[in-house]
Design a protein around this ligand. Structure first.
Ligand code: 3AM
Length: 180
């Protein structure tokens, strides 16, 4: 059964700039630069028939291209036990609109609603046992991190295969955002 999620792949120059942030926190597993993405909706494991319905439902999502800017870094987990480091996303009405269209298309199809509020982010590193002072230092050091806005014209349904060497993400279908 494929494990699916919907995300925005990031342009190469953005991924390269994010890749430059890597390092400095013991216990981190940095996400490979080519895998960096902005998740819109985690779907989970679905059987083949469902996957086709999901692809069709996503194909019916209409939204216009929009701009996003990545800014700031933060962590999830507690102060003592951070679980991941992310790059933030500046408020983008276009992004929120697209995410809610995707959410309602999937819920209309019969998927359980995503209970959590959408917190747009780009996961940079997953952590285990990283000293909190080092995490705090990383975040303070990159407090002013900001990249110029870039235009989003597509979103992608990915499959995720969990292997020992980490998750393998495969783009399955790319959907164009239309209009100006
Ligand atoms: O964009 P990120 O990397 O934060 O954490 C997983 C990743 O998000 C998330 O889906 C993305 C692709 O794997 N994810 C994995 N399992 C999840 C779950 N059970 C999940 N999100 C919500 N619920």
């Amino acid at each position: 059964m494929p494990r699916l999620f919907v995300a925005i792949p990031l342009p190469e120059d953005v991924r390269e700039r994010l890749g430059l942030l890597a390092g400095g926190v013991p216990g981190e597993r940095w996400v490979d630069s080519e895998k960096l993405h902005l998740t819109l909706r985690f779907v989970g494991e679905v059987d083949g028939g469902w996957a086709e319905d999901i692809m069709a439902a996503l194909g019916g999502v209409t939204a216009k291209p929009f701009e996003v800017a990545l800014a700031g870094v933060g962590h999830w987990g507690t102060r003592e036990r951070a679980t991941m480091i992310w790059a933030g996303v500046e408020k983008s009405p276009g992004l929120s609109h697209l995410q809610s269209k995707i959410e309602s298309a999937l819920v209309r199809l019969g998927l359980e609603p995503e209970g959590r509020k959408f917190s747009p982010h780009v996961t940079l590193a997953r952590l285990s046992g990283s000293p909190c002072a080092r995490v705090a230092k990383f975040i303070a050091d990159h407090n002013l991190f900001r990249l110029p806005p870039f235009r989003i014209e597509t979103f992608t349904l990915f499959s995720s295969f969990l292997s020992r060497g980490g998750a393998i993400y495969t783009p399955e279908v790319e959907y164009a955002l239309l209009g100006s």
